[in-house]
Write a protein of this length. Structure first.
Length: 343
């Protein structure tokens, strides 16, 4: 029962993340860099900080908790992850929500699961390590199938149809950006792993397992915010878009702020849910280690459902849709396979 509860919590957080990019369409008169910076303040600073405060032991403070060890590496990995987060946004700009998230998150799922295991010296050819490797291989197969569906979609659409569905559609550029985003985004998992002493300190001071990992998430997102903020500000200066923030009407500013906040809290929900869900998976070591890949795989599934609702796959042939569905089923199969092997 605990395993089912943990997976359900992770799935709810994943659904929130997949919804986080929908508010982009509601932001008005702001360029991409302006929107990305403002939503980042909510997604990577404000809400993670509020979450971290839930894990402060009685009579202690966040700085004291962070001094337990691992804070600097967590921030450093976060800065590297920030590059992935930055290119992640660009991948959806060039490929759309469905395909952009599929390629980026699928690559992130694989590397984010394997990197911590490899760095920890886990044997990937036997026992739990082999289960992880098998799950990742199935995940990558699903992503490859979805990528093939995206290629079929691109071949069957005219340039006019592509730009109607996705304004800046560019398949080759988008695929390269999405792959880079996935590899760099995997550093988030390494940041969480580096912050383990902080999580252990919280647990030893009576913090509930549901919340113990939240202070580490803030450190990782803080590093990511620094990377993204530097780029967005540079783009504001280069494109002379810095004046956009306050030059819009008051109602438009309020609208943009509201949808940036909504995007931020929905994005953060994936990691809030991941940490809460993991607390129910402690009796299933392989599932616990595979939890990162579970989150990313579910993100891909939900993002493609949003892609269908947003009509990004409109006009595709039945064959393309069948290939897409097979890819999504394969991703879900990776979760089921590890869960059954652990049972």
């Amino acid at each position: 029962m605990n395993t089912l509860i943990g997976l359900l919590i992770i799935a709810i957080g994943s659904f929130g993340q997949s919804c986080s990019y929908v508010p982009i369409n509601k932001v008005k008169q702001w360029s991409w860099e302006s929107f990305w910076l403002v939503q980042g303040i909510f997604a990577w600073l404000l809400f993670p900080l509020l979450g971290a405060m839930l894990a402060v032991p009685a009579g202690s403070s966040l700085p004291e908790l962070w001094s337990s060890g691992g804070a600097i590496p967590a921030i450093a990995y976060g800065a590297l992850w920030g590059i992935g987060g930055l290119t992640f946004g660009l991948s959806m700009r060039y490929l759309g929500v469905a395909l952009g998230q599929s390629i980026s998150l699928g690559t992130c799922a694989a590397f984010g699961t394997l990197f911590p295991a490899i760095f920890a010296g886990k044997d990937l050819w036997h026992g739990e390590g082999l289960m992880l490797l098998t799950g990742v291989c199935i995940t990558l197969t699903g992503i490859a199938i979805i990528g093939y569906a995206g290629s079929l979609r691109s071949q069957s659409m005219s340039q006019k149809e592509k730009t109607a569905a996705i304004k800046d559609f560019a398949l080759t550029k988008g695929l390269l950006v999405a792959l880079l985003a996935g590899v760099m985004s995997a550093c988030f998992a390494l940041g969480l792993d580096a912050g383990t002493p902080i999580k252990e300190a919280a647990l030893s001071n009576g913090v509930k397992p549901l919340y113990a990992g939240l202070p580490v998430i803030f450190l990782v997102t803080l590093g990511g915010f620094c990377t993204n903020a530097a780029y967005c500000i540079q783009q504001n200066i280069k494109n002379h878009t810095g004046k956009e923030y306050l030059s819009v009407k008051g109602s438009t500013f309020a609208n943009n702020l509201l949808f940036c906040a909504l995007a931020g809290v929905l994005w953060y929900s994936q990691f809030f849910g991941l940490e809460m869900g993991k607390s129910f998976l402690t009796d299933s070591p392989a599932l616990l280690a595979f939890s990162w890949s579970i989150l990313m795989s579910l993100n891909v599934v939900f993002s493609n459902l949003w892609g269908i609702l947003l009509k990004e796959w409109k006009g595709c042939s039945p064959r393309t849709i069948r290939v897409l569905v097979i890819g999504l089923i394969t991703l879900v199969a990776s979760i089921v396979a590890v869960a059954m092997a652990q049972a």
